[in-house]
Unconditional design. Structure first.
Length: 209
């Protein structure tokens, strides 16, 4: 896994559904979000997720805003995190969630292809033999899709991702690629912040390390 001593977050998370609540507060360095995730406590059941009220959640928790980020589906095979302090849990509209990360946000309303700094202290491993979906930026850096989203396109499926490039309009000099891994791809951000962006369909990508 590239992170000896880390704690397994799931034996195979590929294709698993989840949702997130981001509580936004503004500090001296700009907006920051505390990220709560339903995984692995539940599979983000639609009847509870669809009933969430972001404004009410923000008021209840004393945040300047709340973002509902989901439903989403993992595309890596496993996640590992370093053992540390117990992770707080919270319940939003009957959905139990675990605090998983903090995000230094580019703005209160992140735009496609803008980079956010995510302190998640985790290792994402994409297994050999599975496809990955990547953005290649104008400096040649690769960004691997870590989750696909049904926020904008509520019917988007895994099988549509290989041809997704025709639907995206990334910055000039960027392009979208699909390949099947011949060896594991490991994105290790246990000792650094992760660089994360999303496309206009709100699929998320991590810069490969």
């Amino acid at each position: 896994m590239g992170d000896q001593g880390s704690a397994a977050f799931g034996s195979d998370v590929f294709g698993k559904r989840y949702g997130e609540v981001l509580l936004i507060r503004v500090g001296p360095d700009g907006p920051q979000a505390t990220v709560f995730n339903t995984f692995p406590l539940n599979d983000c059941p639609a009847e509870l997720w669809d009933a969430l009220d972001a404004d009410a959640i923000a008021r209840e928790h004393g945040a300047v805003g709340a973002l509902l980020n989901g439903p989403r589906f993992w595309l890596m095979s496993s996640i590992a995190k370093k053992p540390g302090e117990p992770q707080p849990t919270a319940t939003f509209g009957g959905l139990d969630m675990i605090e998983q990360a903090t995000v230094a946000m580019a703005s209160n309303n992140p735009q496609p292809y803008s980079v956010n700094k995510v302190d998640r202290r985790a290792v994402f491993t994409f297994a050999a033999g599975r496809p990955v979906f990547e953005l290649v930026d104008n400096e040649g850096r690769r960004w691997v899709m870590q989750t696909y989203s049904q926020i904008v396109d509520k019917t988007l499926t895994f099988d549509e991702l290989s041809a997704l490039g025709s639907r995206l309009t990334p910055p000039a000099g960027w392009h979208y690629e699909t390949r099947t891994l011949t060896e594991p791809l490991v994105v290790d951000t246990t000792d650094t912040v992760a660089n994360v962006l999303m496309d206009e369909l709100t699929n998320t990508y991590s810069m490969e390390t």
